[in-house]
Design a protein around this ligand. Structure first.
Ligand SMILES: Nc1nc2c(ncn2[C@@H]2O[C@H](COP(=O)(O)OP(=O)(O)OP(=O)(O)O)[C@@H](O)[C@H]2O)c(=O)[nH]1
Ligand SMILES: [Mg+2]
Length: 299
């Protein structure tokens, strides 16, 4: 064994670039919710990977966007705080999109002493190399990046290159987390996020953005066959009475679908049979109410 080393990598970028997908891939566990809807991630999520003597600590952050409510402002604050603390930043872009205003603002906030690597993701979606070069040069004009690396998280392409760059930036020092730990997310938060992810997957337009999930009760017991079962009671909050109807669906079909997809993932992750009960409640316009944002742990 060599000397103990660690490196902190803050992952930032536009919404939907694939930041959380990358976090999950690098850590090797599904710890962050992923969806095709922008603003999936709402708080900073820590993922940890310990390989031999090096501990990599990845900080996934909400995608930068133009905030339309108080929750959006909290999300951007989480990004700005993470950026100012970061030793090393991995900015993620989407090779099918040109830089937007939020990304321009983001790079302006980078401190001169922080190294920033740019990963241009989703190269699997682009056929002509010319297009990729165009995007690379547009981003390179925005900021003096240490390195620019085209990657595809979906196809596991280029991830070895960025890992190598992280490794080169590891500094001698203690491991900040136990070597077998892979996230700082409490169990209940992981559960709630799995349920929210399934809601995002199944709902459209305004409804998914106004969803919040809380875990009300957890209880482990043995069933009659002596098999361990985890009872989970969850509340899914939405913003309007009309959204509640959509969330429950015809004869409860939508809520059942979300519940059964979530249960399957929960069982796989926690390695135990799960009995999941989901309840739906309305909290009018909660994304603009500080008290509720705080209650949902999104402050
Ligand atoms: N084709 C393709 N899709 C990808 C790739 N990486 C991620 N995606 C998809 O892009 C979408 C967004 O992924 P996320 O990981 O949730 O993106 P994010 O940057 O964390 O988004 P926010 O949390 O909203 O900021 C999902 O549908 C992913 O499956 C990739 O390399 N190729
Ligand atoms: Mg995310």
């Amino acid at each position: 064994m060599g000397k103990s080393k660690s490196v902190f990598v803050t992952i930032v970028g536009r919404a939907n670039a694939g930041k959380s997908s990358l976090l999950n891939k690098l850590v090797g566990e599904k710890i962050a919710a992923v969806s095709s809807k922008p603003q999936t991630t709402r708080t900073r999520i820590t993922g940890v990977l310990t390989r031999d003597d090096i501990q990599y600590v990845f900080l996934d952050t909400p995608g930068v966007h133009k905030a339309h409510n108080k929750l959006g402002e909290h999300m951007l604050k989480a990004v700005n705080e993470s950026v100012s603390q970061g030793e090393l930043i991995l900015m993620m872009a989407d090779c099918t999109k040109k830089p937007n205003e939020s990304e321009k603002k983001l790079v302006q906030g980078f401190s001169k002493k922080t190294k920033v690597i740019l990963a241009i993701n989703k190269t699997d979606l682009i056929r002509e190399k010319e297009k990729l070069f165009e995007i690379i040069s547009e981003y390179s004009a925005l900021y003096d990046f240490e390195e620019v690396v085209p990657i595809s998280v979906a196809e596991d392409d280029g991830l070895d290159i960025i890992m190598k760059l992280f490794e080169e930036n590891a500094a001698e020092g203690p491991h900040y987390f136990p070597d077998d730990k892979f996230t700082d997310q409490p169990e209940k938060v992981i559960m709630a996020e799995m349920i929210r992810e399934k809601a995002l997957l199944n709902l459209n337009e305004e409804v998914p953005h106004g969803i919040a999930v809380t875990i009300e009760r957890l209880n482990e017991r043995d069933n009659r066959e002596g098999e361990a079962i985890l009872d989970i009671d969850a509340t899914i909050y939405c913003e309007r009475e009309s959204h509640k109807g959509i969330l429950i669906g015809k004869g409860g079909s939508m809520l059942r679908r979300i519940g059964s997809q979530a249960r399957e993932e929960l069982e796989g992750f926690f390695g135990i049979k799960v009995n999941l009960q989901c309840w739906v409640k309305v909290k009018e316009d909660w994304r603009n109410r500080e008290g509720l944002i705080k209650n949902f742990g999104l402050e």
